[in-house]
Design a protein around this ligand. Structure first.
Ligand SMILES: Cc1cc2nc3c(=O)[nH]c(=O)nc-3n(C[C@H](O)[C@H](O)[C@H](O)COP(=O)(O)OP(=O)(O)OC[C@H]3O[C@@H](n4cnc5c(N)ncnc54)[C@H](O)[C@@H]3O)c2cc1C
Length: 391
């Protein structure tokens, strides 16, 4: 392979470039901004840093958070200790870390916007704001607002959620997750180094309505909005049909990360899938060569995680908007987390990213009788010992 062009230098593009360049493949990466504070919570699950230990083992500033508070309506709030803590970066720092690694591996890094890509007999002609690049193969990693039509996920409004928030001064040792009635999404408060990222994501709700709901929450929780930096972006959240129709690869190209729609439709986790898909794409290209890479990548994604994310797209409405035992599912989740150690362990694994959706139903059903018993006992116990059932 003479040259691979990686279009986009977020976590996905940067990691693809690092992996390709490390294997000795001449690689050029183009990003219009390079390291920047992309609107994002910046939270990485245990699954991500366990598989890619360099995400944890580096001197870049970051937070490890060992507690979560989950709230929903009348159920109040449940505290959950995270045995596998959540790792939180500022996106500027995370992007810079990954781009530096790509450069150190030998990738050429160019700060420029890609405006067009065209197939020709020799490969690809890539037009940028500053000139033209020729390459044999393209990795498209231009994120959720991918401007390159026909390459990657075609996101209809139904296949995205709005996600927005504020960076506010402050500090706390836990993350907060707040469910709101009738919202397929949630509010988060993530502590970062030196500030908090307070945001909301929601499906099928206009961004302005989400912003109002977030501001009401922030006012009630005592967060200062005046002077806080506002951010907003699109979050891919593919509906089930989109998982079937999405083109993640074609002749001479592969799409990775948000550009391919690879985000968990329930949690909005995208960073792990951005890195993981980049890893798979690069390894398929290294192992199979240009001719076989696209088909091998599609198969590898399916084997690895897209089947589970497609299942998540079918479960999402039931998780946020469903009812269980005469209450909303989020309220029951909070109550069960507070009162059943078995259920709390399931929640811990969901926060760690180690519980697949395929295994979730079976585990919940298998645990149901035990969890209900624990809840019933805890109700009796907590009448005698107030607060005695905290996890
Ligand atoms: C508000 C919000 C909160 C989130 N919180 C979390 C979280 O806490 N945890 C989590 O796991 N996920 C979270 N996500 C999802 C996560 O941000 C994405 O999944 C992740 O950034 C995807 O990485 P990527 O490299 O595919 O795309 P991006 O990070 O979007 O990178 C794309 C890159 O391409 C560049 N680019 C785009 N177009 C061009 C062009 N034409 N020419 C050159 N360069 C171009 C951009 O400058 C950018 O650097 C959140 C998303 C949002 C919107």
């Amino acid at each position: 392979m003479k040259r691979v062009a990686v279009l986009g230098g977020g976590p996905s593009g940067a990691f693809a470039a690092e992996t390709l360049a490390s294997a000795g493949i001449p690689t050029v990466l183009c990003d219009e901004k390079l390291a920047w504070e992309k609107p994002c919570g910046g939270g990485l699950t245990y699954k991500a840093y366990h598989q890619y230990p360099f995400l944890l083992e580096n001197p870049t500033p970051k937070r490890l958070v060992r507690e979560a508070a989950i709230g929903a309506g009348r159920a109040g709030t449940a505290r959950l200790s995270l045995d596998e803590p959540l790792l939180i970066y500022s996106r500027y720092d995370l992007n810079a870390l990954l781009l530096e690694r790509a450069a150190r591996a030998g990738a050429a890094i160019e700060k420029t916007r890609v405006t067009r890509i065209e197939r020709n007999s020799g490969g690809w002609a890539i037009t940028t704001r500053t000139g033209r690049i020729d390459a044999d193969y393209c990795v498209v990693a231009t994120g959720a607002r991918n401007p390159l039509r026909g390459f990657g996920a075609e996101l209809t409004p139904r296949d995205t959620m709005a996600a927005l928030g504020y960076l506010v001064p402050g500090d706390q040792d836990r993350i907060d997750i707040q469910f709101l009635p009738g919202l397929e999404g949630y509010i988060w408060v993530f502590p970062r180094c030196g500030h908090l990222s307070v945001g909301i994501c929601g499906k099928g709700v206009p961004a302005q309505a989400l912003r109002s709901r977030l501001e009401r929450y922030m006012a009630e929780a005592g967060f200062e909005i005046e002077g806080a930096q506002f951010y907003s972006h699109l979050l891919p959240s593919l509906e089930t049909p989109a998982w079937k129709r999405t083109q993640v690869a074609g002749e001479g190209w592969m799409a990775t990360g948000d550009a391919a729609g690879l985000v968990d439709p329930i949690t909005g986790e995208g960073l792990y899938y951005a890195v993981r898909s980049a890893d798979l794409a690069a390894r398929m290209l290294i192992g199979e060569g240009a001719a076989g890479a696209a088909a091998a990548y599609r198969r590898a994604l399916r084997r690895d995680f897209t089947g589970d994310l497609e299942l998540a797209s079918r479960l999402s409405k039931r998780v946020y908007l469903g009812r269980f035992l005469f209450g909303s599912v989020p309220e029951r989740m909070v109550q069960f987390t507070r009162r059943s150690p078995r259920f709390a362990r399931v929640m811990q694994d969901l926060f760690a990213g180690t519980q697949t959706y395929a295994g979730l139903k079976k585990r919940l059903l298998g645990n149901l009788r035990g969890s209900l018993l624990e809840v019933a006992l805890s109700f009796g116990f907590s009448r005698l010992v107030p607060g005695g059932s905290r996890t």
